[in-house]
Write a protein that binds this ligand. Structure first.
Ligand SMILES: CCCCCCCCCCCCCC(=O)SCCNC(=O)CCNC(=O)[C@H](O)C(C)(C)COP(=O)(O)OP(=O)(O)OC[C@H]1O[C@@H](n2cnc3c(N)ncnc32)[C@H](O)[C@@H]1OP(=O)(O)O
Length: 134
């Protein structure tokens, strides 16, 4: 998705403006894209929170990256295509290798999508694969 999740010490925020090819019903954003935004931002939030609790600078080695174990998405209202989407992520629970993140999407100040991501710390061989990707 190429989104940038920014951690403010309490929650993470990302912004994304869907393109016309992200349409399902004309005028509205495709739900699969919205689920992907919750997924990507949820795992990014887990990573940022893990760096924060260990007092480390985000993105530094040894890398703290997360895989999606579970993804739940509720589409509360249709999401209009055109305006920028603001994706929020907040840690609900953190224990061992697992982080549960609640995430939601706002458009024009209204929440249209709400979700939850169970993220589990990625094993070393997958972190290597991420680092070595072209
Ligand atoms: C600085 C910021 C940078 C950000 C960069 C971002 C990079 C982007 C990276 C791109 C990423 C983008 C995202 C993608 O696209 S990731 C791609 C899609 N995801 C996958 O392919 C994951 C496939 N699954 C697995 O590899 C394993 O099953 C995992 C690793 C997930 C867990 O198997 P593992 O054997 O290793 O762990 P464990 O069994 O010891 O469990 C550990 C804990 O987790 C809990 N649990 C497990 N499964 C579930 C479940 N389904 N629901 C609820 N909870 C679950 C479990 O109860 C336990 O909790 P607790 O009992 O201890 O409380």
């Amino acid at each position: 998705m190429q989104i940038k999740s920014v951690w403010d010490g309490n929650e993470a925020i990302a912004r994304f403006t869907p393109r016309p090819y992200h349409t399902a019903v004309p005028g509205y954003v495709y739900g699969g894209l919205l689920a992907s935004l919750i997924d990507c931002h949820g795992t990014g939030t887990a990573s940022a929170a893990a760096y924060a609790v260990t007092g480390r600078e985000p993105g530094t080695a040894p890398y703290l990256r997360y895989l999606t174990a579970s993804l739940r998405v509720n589409f509360l209202k249709p999401t209009p295509l055109g305006p920028e989407l603001v994706i929020h992520g907040r840690v609900k629970e953190m224990a061992g290798r697992k982080v549960v993140v609640e995430a939601w999407i706002e458009v024009n100040g209204e929440t249209t999508v709400q979700g939850e991501v169970v993220a589990v710390q990625a094993p070393d061989h997958m972190i290597e694969a991420l680092l070595n990707r072209a």
